[in-house]
Design a binder for this molecule. Sequence first.
Ligand code: SAH
Length: 197
Amino acid sequence: MNIDWELSGMIIWGIGIISWGIIRFRPNVKSRKTTITTTKRPLKERFSMLISQMGLGILPAIWVFTGFPQSLDRTTYPAAVIIGALIFIVSLWLFRKTHKALGKMWSHSLDLREDHKLVTSGIYQHVRHPMYTAFWMWAFAQPFLLSNWFAGFAGIVGFGTLFFLRVGQEEEMMRGEFGSEYDDYVNRTKRVFPSIY
Ligand code: SAH
C-alpha cells in the first residue's frame, strides 16, 4: 500500500483542529453563562489573538486548501508526520484536562468571572499555564505535520506572539485578584514546563 504522507499530515492536522473545537465547545457555552467581573483586553491582546488564530489556523488552512505558498513546500518525512501526530494527541489530552479543571473560570481572553477561584490543584499543581502548554504543543506539532515551511512554522510565531504578550498581563491580573495566594502559587510552580520554564 502506498501511503500519501503529505496528505496524511494535513488530515491529521485537520482532525486535530476539529477535535480542539469539540473539546472547547461545551466549556465555551458554560462559561458564557457566568458573568465577567473584570476584563483586560487592551488592543495588544486583541491583536495578538488575531495573530495566533492566523498562525495556528488560517494560514495553514490556506496552504491545505490552495497549496499557497507552493515555493515553500518541503519534502515529507513519514517519521515527522508520526511525531507530529503524537505531539498533537498529547496536546489534545492536556487541553481537555485544563478545560475540566478551569470549568466556568475559563475565558478565551483575560477575564475574571463571578466567584472566580484560583485553581492550583490537578494539572494546575505542576505548571501555572497548562492550557498554554497544550497550545505550544499544537504549535510544535504543526511543522511536523505540514510539509510547507510557511504553514508549518506560522503556528509557533503566531502562538508565540500571543503567549509572550499575554502571560505577564495574565499573571498581573491574577496577582491583583488573589494577592499573596497567587504569589505563593508562582513561587512553587513554573509557567509551562515543570522545573524548566
Ligand atoms: N493561563 C491558563 C488559563 C488560560 S485561560 C492556562 O494556560 O492554563 C485564561 C483565563 O483563565 C484567564 O482569563 C484567567 O481568568 C483564568 N485563569 C488562569 N489561571 C487560572 C487559575 N490558576 N485559576 C483560575 N483561573 C485561572
